[in-house]
Design a protein around this ligand. Structure first.
Ligand SMILES: [Zn+2]
Length: 62
């Protein structure tokens, strides 16, 4: 499975992969949370690994 990377302009891209101008400077997979140094590994979605997706996977209980 191919990684799906955050791209320039993604509103949900985490600030840690952006420079201070808001440009994405690091590759990060939005599915499995692996960064650019590990993109040769297969993409395996892990619940909770990607912080920005955690809320969508586990909506807060009311
Ligand atoms: Zn991935």
């Amino acid at each position: 499975m191919a990684h799906i990377l955050y791209r320039q302009g993604d509103p949900d891209a985490p600030s840690v992969i952006k420079d201070r101008n808001g440009h994405i400077v690091l590759d990060l997979c939005r599915v499995c949370g692996l960064g650019e140094m590990r993109l040769d590994e297969s993409c395996v979605p892990v619940v909770g690994r990607n912080l920005s997706d955690r809320r969508a996977v586990h909506p807060p209980a009311r």
